[in-house]
Design a protein around this ligand. Structure first.
Ligand code: HSE
Length: 285
């Protein structure tokens, strides 16, 4: 039997759509696998009632197939589905790491990233790696055509999750098909600033690079109260605020001593918009 803790993640960080991701120190899924003749999946924990246990429909089923590793699998969800915190990716990533060990397949952590990404395709229709990569590798990850680069970074974060669901599939439908050259130049500048900030564990640089004029404005429209919550986070000292992944979670970068105030302000702003939410004071894990 093998048990693995797979962290939640936040993809995009504004300027790095489908490229950037960070592992979060909390919340996390816990995946337990045991060898079996045929695969069964049991799901418990947060939002378990919304997750299919049929291996053909569950994100983990594709990972089992890719590794030819039938197993009795238990997924204890700590990462709520449809949250923007890489819920399906955490399960796929945890299963990939656990099954690789259970069956002694010998794949490296980097080699497991595309395996787990197959699970993402089951849920969102696209095998994007920007959530599974940080869940498997930890830290800040950059996913490009030639693979994933990961660096350790120590940046305090607040993630505020409203009690509404946004599916990644739906959120991908609002992504513009084209962008102007001005917006591309601005995005590259922000992304480069953010990446330098991560290498220096500098919350000011990271925050200033979390801005994107192309995808985030469209995604933000799907989140009731977004503008007010964003402004509240900045007022409380956030260095940058954006949609986490496909949403509806909103992520803020900050200095350590501002986390509590930012979390409280974001919750108040959601409450003023009539929406219950919970906040995680977290950091890159
Ligand atoms: N990059 C993906 C998207 C992440 O934004 O659609 C989904 O969590």
């Amino acid at each position: 039997m093998v048990t693995v803790r797979a962290p939640a993640t936040s993809a995009n960080l504004g300027s790095g759509f489908d490229v950037f991701g960070v592992a979060l120190s909390r919340p996390a899924d816990v995946i337990t696998v045991e060898r079996a003749d045929r695969t069964t999946i049991e799901v418990t924990g947060v939002g378990a009632q919304y997750i299919p246990e049929d291996p053909d429909s569950n994100t983990v089923g594709a990972v089992v197939d890719a590794l030819d590793a039938p197993a009795r699998i238990h997924i204890d969800k700590g990462v709520r589905p449809a949250s923007g915190l890489g819920s399906s990716a955490a399960s796929a990533a945890g299963a990939a790491v656990a099954l690789n060990e259970l069956y002694d397949r010998g794949l490296s952590r980097h080699e497991l990233v595309p395996v787990a990404a197959e699970g993402e395709a089951v849920v969102s229709g696209v095998a994007h790696s920007d959530n599974v990569a940080p869940s498997i590798l930890g830290g800040f990850t950059v996913t490009a055509a030639d693979g994933t680069t990961a660096v350790d970074a120590d940046v305090p974060l607040v993630v505020c999750l409203p009690d509404v669901a946004v599916s990644t599939r739906d959120a991908r439908r609002v992504v513009p098909e084209t962008a102007s050259m001005d917006d591309l130049v601005a995005t590259v500048g922000n992304a480069a600033t953010l990446a330098v900030g991560m290498c220096r564990s500098d919350p000011d640089l990271v925050g200033s690079g979390m801005c994107d004029p192309v995808v985030t404005p469209e995604r933000a429209r799907l989140i009731t109260g977004y503008d007010d919550v964003r402004e509240a986070a900045f007022d409380a000292g956030a260095t940058g605020v954006t949609v986490s992944g496909a949403g509806p979670a909103i992520i803020a970068a900050c200095h350590d001593d501002r986390r509590q105030a930012i979390a409280a302000s974001m919750l108040d702003a959601f409450a003023a918009a009539g929406i219950e939410a919970r906040a995680y004071q977290t950091k890159i894990g």
